[in-house]
Design a protein around this ligand. Structure first.
Ligand code: PEP
Ligand code: MG
Length: 634
């Protein structure tokens, strides 16, 4: 679909325009919500939620949500012919499968089914698919799967534009055909993110940088992008603190989510700018805008280099309080980033990511033991806080269909069988995980953290499960240490009953992401309510302040491991509340440290009540910041 066509269609009263920029920008014609006309001809701005800072500039790779898990890598020049042959072999395989299927069609279903298979065979052999896909490989050096899904997006748009309903409906056939070829490519080898890079794969040095544009990306798929070529991403849906956004932040690549129509506005290969600070996506920017953003990119790099120098500086406030800066990780391979960032341990290892992208097979005790031990050994005596699986809500497993059904189709997944609730309902799996964590403890300093604790009944079951795991290890003659056990405080009930909980736990870690979600009843992954997801809400701040104060009073360690810990906007306030342990993405450690070095925490502690009890805490806090906390009476 050309943009001209799209404009024409809008003018005809089709679906509302999504910000097509034309020469006239006719007065009175309003763009769709979240989108506005730009001054520059054919340049388009789309507005979403900023979730990961920085600026990315690159060509758009448009991927349908169902295909985000397709491998994206470049093929060496010398391997291009082989890749084209791989594509052909996969296509021929599908052609012969479909031809065989045609021969087996039962008499009674004959006409309709044969006609359908004929359509599929025709599409498979159509030049607009096969020849154009070959060109993506030859000219752009894309791997076959990526080339196919890129071309699919191009043709799918053309189908969407067709007047004839019958022809328009053929898009589904095209998608099925492409799926089949992609599956066949998998059978021929060469498409896996988890395996070592296929021979002939290379990174994107020397090529145009690429940014991913999709309707949605699941957290599990985000993990795969760590090894991909993308330098930024945009999605139509998603909230600021969805796990997809969190993984983007951990990768430190600029990202905008909730950009609504972005995947419909952007076309394959458009140049786009992702402004991860402002939450803006600029499609086909003018040279002036491009130059301005390139300048900003250089500034961000310079600031990073400056912050890097703080890596080995201890985090101590102006009034002499030492602060522990820990890191959040998703996979064992993140351990090096923790050390490189100068963090003094792992405050949150989100172990559930070990359970994703497993093609139905969950990691057993041995595999988990190896994974945890790897991190514990790498951290060489620094603390490693391993959280038991937090599966559910927006983090789903991909295992057998019955399990999928239990997890995927609950009416209200954020309130359903999630985290500790799920673990307790899977005693065998939970036992394996607990034994693996306990065994890893002999290699360093392990702490065990449990997500979403809300009820004493669960606490008792949890402690029983831990005792059982220990007894099993003793019976086997395997070593373990008595690790400290902590509870995530991320449900208001847990914050309110903290003294009772602390009779059973050695430490607590405040999960502000969920604490906000559950206190305000706002789904953190839903962009439709993301404007109401407010860390500055007085109820949220009061719960956090209360939890920190109570834990300190009772002499128990307390940490914040939600996104607020890595957001410099909250550093003074959290220090003022008495927090001395923060856990965040490794890439945030230096900037938070820089902030801490300038804070007089005792001056701020006098104003905590004033801020938390205010009708507009953010306003009071900013005024204090401007005036300097010691100069305001409170
Ligand atoms: C939180 O809820 O703040 C947290 C750290 O856990 P997660 O983001 O993994 O739910
Ligand atoms: Mg949480």
């Amino acid at each position: 679909m050309t943009r001209a066509l799209a404009i024409a269609r809008c003018a005809q009263g089709g679906r509302p325009p999504c910000c097509y920029i034309d020469r006239s920008n006719p007065p009175g014609r309003q763009p769709a919500p979240g989108v506005r006309f730009a001054e520059v001809f054919v340049s388009i701005q789309v507005f979403g939620l900023p979730v990961s800072r920085g600026v990315a500039i690159g060509r758009a790779v448009l991927v349908a949500s169902s295909r985000v898990d397709v491998a994206h890598y470049y093929v060496e020049a010398g391997m291009i012919d082989a890749e084209v042959r791989r594509l052909r072999a996969a296509r021929d395989l599908v052609v012969s499968e479909l031809t065989a299927l045609k021969g087996d069609v039962p008499e009674d279903a004959h006409d309709e089914l044969v006609a359908l298979l004929d359509v599929h065979l025709m599409l498979l052999q159509d030049d607009s698919l096969s020849e154009a896909t070959r060109q993506w490989i030859v000219e752009r050096h894309y791997n076959a799967e990526w080339a196919l899904s890129s071309q699919l997006e191009v043709i799918a748009r053309q189908f969407d534009e067709m007047e004839d309903e019958y022809l328009r409906d053929r898009k589904a056939d095209l998608e099925q055909v492409v799926e089949r070829v992609i599956t066949a490519l998998g059978r021929l080898g060469g498409d896996s993110f988890d395996d070592p890079p296929p021979q002939g794969q290379r990174d994107f040095a020397g090529e145009d940088p690429l940014v991913l544009v999709a309707n949605d990306i699941a957290p599990a798929d985000m993990l795969k992008f760590r090894r991909s070529v993308f330098t930024g991403f945009v999605t139509d849906v998603g909230g600021r603190n969805s796990h997809t956004a969190i993984v983007a932040r951990s990768m430190d690549i600029p990202a905008v989510v909730g950009a609504r129509e972005a995947s419909r506005i952007v076309t394959q290969d458009d140049w786009i700018i992702i402004d991860g600070d402002a939450g803006v996506v600029i499609v086909n920017p003018s040279p002036i805008v491009l130059e301005e953003y390139r300048f900003r990119q250089r500034q961000v790099e310079l600031e990073r280099a400056r912050l890097d120098r703080l890596r080995h500086t201890p985090a101590v406030t102006l009034d002499g309080h030492a602060v522990e800066l820990l890191a959040n990780i998703e996979l064992p391979s993140d351990a090096q980033a923790v050390l490189d960032a100068g963090a003094v341990g792992v405050g949150l290892f989100r172990s559930e990511f070990l359970f994703m992208n497993r093609a139905g097979r969950l990691p057993g005790e041995e595999e988990q033991y190896e994974a945890y031990s790897k991190v514990v050994r790498s951290l060489a005596g620094l603390p490693v806080t391993i959280r038991t699986v937090d599966i559910g809500a927006d983090k789903q497993l991909d295992r057998n269909p019955q399990q999928m059904e239990r997890n995927d189709y609950s009416l209200n997944p954020a309130l359903g069988l999630r985290a500790i609730r799920w673990s307790l309902s899977e005693p065998e799996m939970f036992g394996e995980q607990l034994r693996a964590i306990l065994r890893a403890s002999v290699h360093g300093q392990v702490r065990l953290l449990v997500p979403m604790v809300a009820q004493l009944r669960e606490v008792r079951l949890l402690l029983d499960a831990i005792e059982r795991a220990k007894a099993q290890l003793r019976a086997r003659g395997q070593d373990y240490l008595d690790v400290p056990i902590g509870a995530m405080i991320e449900v208001p009930a847990a914050a309110l009953m903290l003294p009772t909980l602390l009779k059973h736990f050695d430490f607590v870690s405040i999960g502000t992401n969920d604490l906000i979600q559950y206190t305000l009843a706002i789904d953190r992954a839903d962009e439709a309510v993301s404007h109401l997801y407010d860390p500055w809400h007085p109820a949220v701040l009061q719960l956090i302040a209360q939890t920190i104060a109570k834990a300190n009073e009772l002499g128990k360690d307390v940490c914040v491991c939600g996104e607020m810990a890595g957001d410099a906007a909250f550093t003074e306030l959290l220090l003022g509340m008495g927090l001395r342990s923060f856990s965040m993405h490794p890439t945030q450690v230096s900037s938070i440290k820089k902030r801490i070095l300038r804070v007089d925490s005792s001056a701020w502690s006098k104003h905590v009540d004033l801020v938390c009890q205010a009708e507009d805490p953010q306003d009071v806090y900013s005024r204090l910041q401007t005036a300097g906390p010691s100069r305001i009476g409170g």
